[in-house]
Design a protein around this ligand. Structure first.
Ligand SMILES: [Zn+2]
Length: 258
């Protein structure tokens, strides 16, 4: 939130200085629009890029990681395809982190339980994953977080502390809800774009080019394409001597409340 407050204060100050200059020194009128434009650009950029931690502190990697550790995260499940992802992870003895949507957990409680039984970490990824999440009020975002946490608690006995905002979007209202519900905002720094790019080879190439110590890879356990991609990524990480660890271990954060 500090970054956003500083930029806002800076833009307001420049705006008033330009207004004064306009009246007393006849600078061009459109100069006054520049701080407004700058504020808009930075705010939109800060909202869409979770790695900037523009509105709230976000955890997107461990920059201090010295060993070859990396985290795998899967969003938007549980889904029937999650089972295939779990099979691949089990075969390779890899533990990952799943950011689950509350309404999906309600549809597939057994798959959700399997994620936990097999030793993976789960986090909260809202209840509805609505396309309008970015315009929700603080109250509504809090309701989404609480609702999903209740579902997770009922099925697992655990209170999740990790929250990943849908689409990685943050703004002052989402930031406030995360802070008030005392969650860690978890992002990523290696975006596979597995739901956007059509060709598997391109997704794999993209991930390979971005892999780094302490990084967090973002995948989605909702598409068959991702299962194939995952197998290739695991092979690559193994060949590069990476150890895949759940995000709580990578970031040294507590995934659940005691
Ligand atoms: Zn998502």
């Amino acid at each position: 939130m500090l970054k956003h407050k500083n930029i806002t204060a800076f833009c307001i100050s420049v705006f008033f200085v330009l207004v004064v200059l306009y009246f007393y020194f006849e600078v061009k009128w459109w100069f006054i629009l520049l701080p407004i434009l700058l504020w808009l650009i930075v705010t939109v950029w800060g909202s869409s890029e979770i790695r900037l931690g523009y509105f709230t502190k976000t955890y997107c990697n461990n920059p201090n990681e010295k060993q070859r550790k990396i985290g795998l995260s899967f969003d938007d499940g549980p889904h029937p395809i999650t089972e295939k992802v779990l099979d691949v992870l089990q075969k390779n003895n890899v533990k990952a982190t799943f950011f689950c949507i509350g309404s999906q957990i309600e549809k597939h409680p057994d798959i959700f339980k399997r994620i936990l039984t097999e030793g993976h970490i789960v986090g909260n990824h809202s209840y509805s994953h609505s396309n309008y999440f970015g315009i929700f009020s603080t109250k509504k975002v809090k309701e989404e977080i609480d609702h999903t946490n209740t579902i997770i608690l009922q099925l697992s006995g655990k209170k999740a502390l990790f929250f990943r905002p849908p689409f990685g979007v943050t703004n002052p209202r989402i930031a406030k809800a995360i802070e008030q519900t005392k969650h860690f905002a978890i992002g990523w720094n290696i975006r596979s774009l597995d739901t956007v790019i059509k060709e598997e080879s391109k997704i794999i190439k993209r991930v390979k080019s971005k892999v780094a110590l302490g990084g967090i890879i973002l995948l989605h356990d909702t598409s068959l394409k991702t299962v194939t991609v995952l197998e290739q990524i695991l092979l690559f990480l193994k060949s590069e001597n990476y150890t895949i660890v759940p995000i709580d271990k990578l970031l040294n954060l507590q995934a659940y409340e005691n």
